[in-house]
Design a protein around this ligand. Structure first.
Ligand code: 6PG
Length: 253
């Protein structure tokens, strides 16, 4: 079964962040109404940060179901949490240190140990979390992904064989910018999600966005995100959407 795909474009990066926060709030409300909890995994990088800062302010500070929210990471650089490249460090500064989410419902990836050990530890934590929900599969209610200009997503980079390990939920890899050891969720987890939200901004991403959305034969890592049982939303500012064919966008309005 193919995922339902929608494309939402916004006038600029500021509106992108607003729409992203709104989508997270709405998805959280639907999940809590359905199963009394909301499990979300977020990517690092720069794009999500404006959205995180909005979620730390009213109305979301009061209205998001933080007490029922479980916050995971899609990937992490193996640096200390106070390092400027730490994905958790950035999210903690922008969001986690401000909103009333219970500390034991925030699950940073373990970045200060041997990468393979960190991957095994986080994978065990994920399995326990979803088994406690009565699920053998890692079905996140929402996963927020970015893309690189090379078509990577999470820390799944082009030409990286390790991202093909079907039974792994978390892998340790080396690469990206910065070129460091990283932990990343695998396709097995990303493709189990109920809802994937690609958050993409800027002219630099326009070419890869066009390839990923319009080239059905693309073998780029982000093209392998199919979410067969879920929904994929491409949330793009006008610059990132600028090379899409008019009919591509129109079909999704
Ligand atoms: C990471 C991210 C990565 C990011 C893209 C886009 O840890 O590097 O998870 O996959 O989402 O590289 O990054 P920007 O939002 O900074 O363009």
């Amino acid at each position: 079964m193919a995922a339902k795909i929608e494309i939402i474009t916004t006038s600029d990066a500021g509106r992108l962040a607003e729409k992203g926060a709104e989508l997270m709030y709405n998805t959280a409300g639907e999940a809590v109404a359905r199963k009394d909890s909301f499990a979300v995994a977020v990517s690092g990088g720069s794009t999500p940060r404006a959205m995180h800062r909005l979620l730390s302010q009213e109305p979301y500070l009061a209205d998001m179901p933080w007490q029922k929210t479980h916050f995971f990471w899609v990937d992490e650089r193996m640096v200390s949490f106070d390092h400027p490249d730490s994905n958790y460090g950035a999210a903690k500064k922008d969001l986690m240190s401000i909103v009333p989410i219970p500390a034991d419902q925030v699950y940073p990836m373990p970045a200060m140990m041997r990468p393979e050990q960190g991957a095994d530890l986080y994978q065990a934590k994920l399995k326990t979390f979803f088994q406690d929900l009565g699920s053998l599969d890692p079905v996140f209610d929402l996963i927020i992904l970015g893309i690189g200009t090379d078509g990577h997503t999470a820390s799944l980079f082009p030409g990286q064989p390790s991202s093909q390990e079907p039974d792994r939920w978390v892998l340790s890899v080396r690469g990206g910018q910065p070129d460091v050891f990283r932990l990343t969720l695998t396709y097995a987890v990303l493709n189990s999600a109920r809802h994937i939200l690609f958050l993409v901004s800027g002219n630099a991403k326009a070419a890869v966005v066009k390839t990923l959305i319009e080239d059905r034969h693309s073998q780029l890592p982000a093209a392998k995100i199919q979410a067969p049982n879920g929904k994929i939303t491409w949330l793009l500012d006008q610059k990132a959407a600028s090379l899409l064919a008019e009919e591509t966008v129109a079909d999704n309005l």
